[in-house]
Design a protein. Sequence first.
Length: 158
Amino acid sequence: MKFLFYITLALISSSILYAQETKNKAAPFVRVYDRNGEKISKGRIVSVTDTSLITVPREKPVNIGVSKIGFIKTKRSVGNNVLWGAAIGAGTGAILGLASGGEGEYWGKGEGAAGFGLIFGVMGAGIGGITAIFKKSNTYPIDGESIKWRAFKDDLIK
């Protein structure tokens, strides 16, 4: 009986230790701008070499030479937070509006969904804007210079 207890204890302990294993972080999302300030690419970083940056915006990788890069911004833009907040708020409001309206009520299902969706959408957009304050994005000026490029690579590898 003791043997079975010790085997069970060993199995449980090993599964707990396995759960402590760290996972690989996802590749960072970046927005790449040329020297004129125009966005030339955005997506997750696939590879960083001494002469180029490879990102994947959708399906196909994009290879960008260091000489073309003006600056790189990490993370997504503030508008992304606002858009997600508005979408989540509008969806939640529409569902609540549908659930609260009906025949014989002050408003029907359609009016309730539209009204609540609009109100909650605006509130969600505001919350999305507030969350942008806590976003820790960085801007790396490259200007096509290899010294600044190496500094970016070193900071990325940390």
